[in-house]
Design a protein around this ligand. Sequence first.
Ligand SMILES: C[C@H](O)[C@H](O)[C@H]1CNC2=NC(N)=NC(=O)C2=N1
Length: 96
Amino acid sequence: MSVAKLTEAERDDALIQLDGWTLGRDGAAIERTFKFANFVEAFGFMTSVAILAEKQDHHPEWFNVYNRVEITLTTHDADGLSQRDIKLAKAIEELL
Ligand SMILES: C[C@H](O)[C@H](O)[C@H]1CNC2=NC(N)=NC(=O)C2=N1
């Protein structure tokens, strides 16, 4: 299903609303690294994010080692950033 890619202006405006996310992949993704007290805390966070992702039908690209979780959000259907990425990023922030 096609979904609209954000314009540069929309992208920059969205980043201002988010906390701690940076642009990646030449502007095609947003990235943030999360650090937790230990692995169990990190994995619990990932479980919560997984449930959010399923609810939104929008899934992260992520990496975890011990207490660190690196999340990259991009919209494969848009071959870049879309409102779906911003929406999921905001929902992830509410978990913290
Ligand atoms: C059919 C398609 O796989 C679904 O619409 C969803 C699943 N999760 C997804 N996640 C992400 N990050 N990008 C997508 O384009 C996407 N598409």
